[in-house]
Design a protein around this ligand. Structure first.
Ligand code: SME
Length: 151
């Protein structure tokens, strides 16, 4: 796929060292999540990019870029809660076909959710929504898993 300024893989390759230099010098997780969301939003123009943090038995909205979103998601609920419960990246090419999808915006058509692990525990998830069907693939999974492992 060609996105403005290069292929998706080229854009991630260029972005990765920038994210590394932003995140590696800053130990505060909220500051780091905010900059990662901003980098992904400005590079790819995704509809919504953000983090939900694990707080007790729920995911709670963290730093994000895009329209307002639901603030709390239970374990196993929606795409985000599924990625948390199953400890794996979930790619949904058509959110209309995902049972239990939580629609924060009717314009969102496809989604990827990547768990963030620290000490083998899921501490947050990175959620990206697109207004296009089938926006996310293995290239996104590979690079986004590398990005959330930084720090
Ligand atoms: N669609 C998500 C909820 C979060 S918003 O899209 C930002 C889900 O089903 O988990």
């Amino acid at each position: 796929m060609i996105v403005k300024g290069g292929t998706k893989d080229e854009l991630y390759s260029n972005l990765f060292p920038q994210v590394e230099s932003l995140v590696e010098g800053e130990p505060d997780a909220v500051a780091d999540m905010a900059n990662v969301a901003a980098c992904l939003k400005t590079t790819f123009g995704f509809w919504w990019v953000g983090f939900y943090r694990v707080v007790g038995e729920e995911l709670v909205l963290g730093p994000f870029q895009g329209p307002v979103a639901c603030t709390r998601i239970g374990k196993g609920r929606g795409v985000c809660g599924t990625a948390w419960a199953e400890r794996r990246t979930v790619i949904v090419p058509d959110v209309g076909k995902f049972p239990g999808h939580i629609a924060c915006s009717s314009l969102s058509r496809s989604e990827i959710v990547v768990p963030v692990f620290r000490n083998n525990e899921v501490v947050a998830v990175l959620d990206i929504d697109s207004e296009r069907l089938g926006c996310f693939d293995e290239t996104d999974r590979l690079w986004l898993e590398k990005i959330v492992a930084i720090g």
